[in-house]
Design a protein around this ligand. Structure first.
Ligand code: 1PR
Length: 575
């Protein structure tokens, strides 16, 4: 059968891509056999995870050779993220495994001494082949797209790949990297169109409807002409000439801060799955006499997620907050929530709660990797690990500061990449009069004195939704998790949660300084100014809120407008 094919090797969330393609009115068939590749009229390769595992899968499934042939035939191809990287010669991520070598150049690790790595969030592109060529591919220069990667191909002016392949570049901190390539009918993006809101859907549309291909005829003819000219100038030499309309992009970092909407989900007393919200983690209504009432019901998960996508949320996080109780692998409600959400929401989705080794009621054991895999296949882009991360950090220190390769963090990061592993931290402040009162913990001076005039505090990690404190501080936790391979920290605060008094800036600053991976500040947002404060004062990459959005007390639009007016870069609300 001919048509559009998807090259999936089972490594991650391709559901959103399939949903986006279907929403655009196109059918898509999964490649099941190497011979399917050459049958395709159009082929999409959404590489997910690590470069090495992607290449290994291509070889094991015997896809590599037909894929090379398909590319040599210059048939319409769209590579996404690792799907683009595999076309290069190799990657720092797995130096021993070569890439397909279709494009000259190597994929390199970002420098994390000057910025958070992974590069995770929304950033713009600049065309070096002129705006028209970018437009043919559905790209709008200056519009933000969603990136998530630790490795990228540096843009080197005058290099063979720059002259022959590079369509756009993107600036991240002090580094300019290749964000899309195009030659003939081959078009690849480092960003994820299927996660880039309507801007990304336009890119997919252009590919499916032949925008890139339309301009590609001229492109291929022009290239052939260049190569001919070149050969006549220097016979036999392999060198390239730049297209005449090459524009060298100005370097400008337009990486934006992210606003994350968070949905704490659980079953209420009637057994319905609802979005709830606690104050300091207590999600039940309080009656006047102090008695505990029903679980607060602030809406339905799928509907609320869609509302936040439409209002401009840059990411959506679902936390299954009672998963520590009983969490069989077939936790159908959350899988169903993800499946349905990914039909209409085209920004990254994170799922947390219960990412750990589980035993089903029938006694069957499922490792955390399998649990996470189930969530990725059903529409999650990242999983967030709470309690299990605390246990993994404790083990890390008991082994003298190393992992043994078995933790959920290590196994999931290895298979799906660090960027897919978020650590959700639930810390609680413990006040002390002097640092000597907490000799084994990292002590800081909070903004306000403790209830008994204490000048210092440390932040104790908790498990099981804050029900149990452990002998581990937040700095110990986040540093251990980073070492084990986590890609991002979601930093809650049990003290600030639901209080609308602003984020705990001292805690957030301390964590931001302790790790190189991105940090999402969470808990306590009560006004747009609180977002301004957290970005201006701590330098975190993202800020999350729940209660004020659910209750429509502060619209997401107001938060973005206020940040923009203060000169903080944010993604414009999509249309
Ligand atoms: O331990 O891996 O099963 O994960 C459980 C997950 O559930 C953890 O991510 C943990 O944070 C979360 N969780 C457990 N119990 C609760 C609870 O509230 N009773 N929710 C809970 C944590 C905190 C935030 C909240 C922000 C922003 N919720 O995510 O959304 O504080 O709120 P605000 O803007 O209204 O202040 P595991």
């Amino acid at each position: 059968m001919t048509g559009t094919y998807l090259l999936d090797y089972g490594a991650g969330n391709v559901r959103s891509l399939v949903n986006a393609v279907k929403k655009l009115g196109h059918d898509i068939t999964f490649v099941k056999d190497p011979s399917d590749i050459l049958k395709a009229d159009k082929l999409i390769f959404p590489g997910v995870g690590a470069f090495g595992s992607a290449m290994t899968s291509l070889h094991t499934k015997q896809y590599a050779e037909p894929l090379k042939q398909y590319l040599a035939l210059n048939k319409p191809f769209m590579g996404i993220c690792v799907g683009m990287q595999t076309l290069f010669e190799g990657s720092d991520e797995t130096p021993e495994i070569p890439g397909l070598g279709v494009i000259p150049g190597k994929v390199r690790l970002f420098d994390s001494t000057t910025k958070a790595v992974p590069h995770m969030g929304w950033n713009t592109t600049r065309s070096i082949q002129g705006a028209q060529r970018a437009q043919e591919c559905g790209l709008e220069l200056g519009r933000a797209y969603y990136f998530v990667h630790s490795f990228a191909v540096p843009f080197i002016e005058g290099s063979p790949e720059a002259k022959e392949w590079v369509l756009t570049t993107t600036q991240y901190g002090d580094q300019t990297f290749i964000s899309s390539v195009r030659r003939g009918h081959i078009f690849c993006t480092q960003f994820h169109p299927e996660k880039s809101g309507f801007a990304g859907v336009n890119v997919l549309k252009a590919f499916l409807e032949g925008g890139a291909a339309a301009g590609a005829e001229a492109d291929a003819a022009m290239l052939a002409q260049f190569q001919q000219q070149q050969q006549s100038l220097t016979p036999g030499a392999l060198s390239y000439l730049a297209p005449s309309n090459t524009i060298v992009p100005a370097s400008k970092d337009e990486f934006t801060k992210r606003i994350v909407a968070c949905l704490d989900v659980r079953a209420n007393d009637q057994g319905d799955l609802v979005v709830t919200k606690g104050d300091q983690y207590d999600v039940r209504e309080q009656s006047e006499d102090g008695a505990q009432g029903d679980v607060r019901n602030l809406g339905k998960p799928v509907e609320l997620a869609r509302r936040y996508f439409e209002e401009g949320a840059d990411e959506i996080t679902f936390l299954n907050i009672t998963s520590f109780r009983n969490c069989p692998l077939l936790d159908m409600p959350m899988l169903e929530v993800l499946r349905r959400t990914s039909e209409t929401v085209f920004v990254p989705l994170t799922i947390g709660g219960g990412i750990k080794d589980v035993v089903d009621p029938d006694g069957q054991f499922h490792p955390a990797l399998e649990v996470a895999g189930e969530y990725f296949r059903n529409g999650a882009d990242k999983v967030s690990i709470g309690s299990d991360a605390v246990y993994a950090a404790e083990k890390f220190y008991s082994l003298g500061g190393k992992g043994d390769g078995t933790s959920a963090i290590e196994t999931i990061a290895h298979a799906y990449g660090s960027q897919a592993v978020v650590i959700s931290v639930d810390p609680k402040k413990v006040y002390v009069h002097s640092p000597a009162d907490a000799p084994t913990h990292h002590v800081i001076e909070p903004a306000q004195l403790g209830p008994n005039g204490e000048r210092y505090c440390w932040y104790q990690c908790t498990v099981s939704g804050g029900r149990e404190g452990r002998d581990l501080d937040v700095r110990q936790l986040v540093q251990a998790c980073q070492a084990l391979g986590a890609g991002e920290i979601l930093l809650n605060s049990m003290d600030q949660d639901g209080m609308k008094q602003g984020y705990d800036l001292a805690l957030i600053q301390d964590v931001r300084d302790a790790v190189r991976i991105p940090v999402i500040a969470s808990s306590g947002a009560g006004s747009p100014q609180h977002f301004v404060d957290v970005f201006e004062k701590t330098g975190v990459e993202a800020a999350l809120a729940a209660g004020i959005f659910h209750r429509r007390e502060v619209p997401l639009e107001d938060v973005k407008e206020t940040l923009k007016n203060k000169g903080i870069r944010i993604r414009n609300i999509d249309a």
